[in-house]
Write a protein that binds this ligand. Structure first.
Ligand SMILES: Cc1cc2nc3c(=O)[nH]c(=O)nc-3n(C[C@H](O)[C@H](O)[C@H](O)COP(=O)(O)O)c2cc1C
Length: 194
């Protein structure tokens, strides 16, 4: 079931979702084979473009290479345990990884694959092929083609964490089992309200 707090957002302003540098879940699907992995090294590289660093050993990577698409999801505090499972089990070793992770998958309009419930935003990208970068530094570039957010934390092209439940804050990975949840907003009105 799709909850009514999800809404499509402006692709041209999708950089605002990525600017906060949150940890992601990267998903890809090819011929019905779906996988998600955690990725701290993913972010923005233009107003409507993103990148992800995906090691050659990961099952998710050939799904991206074959389909030419990936989704970046911004998991929240409420699903941190599922994030660690998706980031520590490989589908190379466990074909039922998604089920065993405890992640609940939902369908969202305009997103081409099921996505994990409990994320603040979901962005779909078409790969901008760059074989040299993919091979040498495992970096995949993508052009954003769809943005859906949980409007309890992102609407009108801005984040609104301070008025939402703590469980909806994004995760910011350090290492091992250490994360931070995003903190309070600091707003300087003299620089505008864009
Ligand atoms: C919080 C977290 C962040 C991670 N960030 C990355 C990353 O940026 N790039 C990467 O290649 N692997 C990263 N990993 C490791 C992969 O998520 C992990 O190896 C995963 O099991 C790969 O799954 P797959 O083989 O099913 O694709 C991260 C793991 C965790 C727990």
């Amino acid at each position: 079931m799709v909850h009514n707090y999800f809404a499509e957002q402006d692709i041209a302003k999708s950089y605002r979702l990525l600017n906060i540098g949150a940890t992601t879940l990267i998903g890809a699907s090819y011929e019905g084979d779906l996988d998600y992995m955690a990725a701290a090294w993913a972010g923005v590289c233009d107003f409507d473009k993103g990148y992800a660093i995906i090691d050659k050993s990961h099952y998710t990577r050939p799904l991206i290479e074959k389909s030419g698409r990936f989704v970046l999801c911004y998991p929240t505090v409420g699903i941190v345990k599922q994030v660690m499972k998706l980031g520590s089990i490989s589908k190379n070793d466990d074909k039922d990884k998604l089920e065993h992770s405890g992640a609940e998958l939902i369908e969202l309009p305009g997103i081409s694959m099921p996505v994990p419930k409990g994320c603040a935003a979901y962005l779909e990208y078409e790969v901008i092929p760059n074989a040299q970068m993919e091979q040498s530094i495992d970096m995949f570039l993508g052009k954003c083609v769809k943005v859906i957010s949980d409007t309890r934390v992102y609407h009108n092209n801005h984040w609104h964490f301070d008025s939402a439940d703590e469980s909806l804050r994004t995760l910011h990975y350090v290492a091992g089992g250490h994360f931070y949840a995003i903190g309070k907003e600091i707003y300087l009105p003299e620089y505008g309200d864009d």
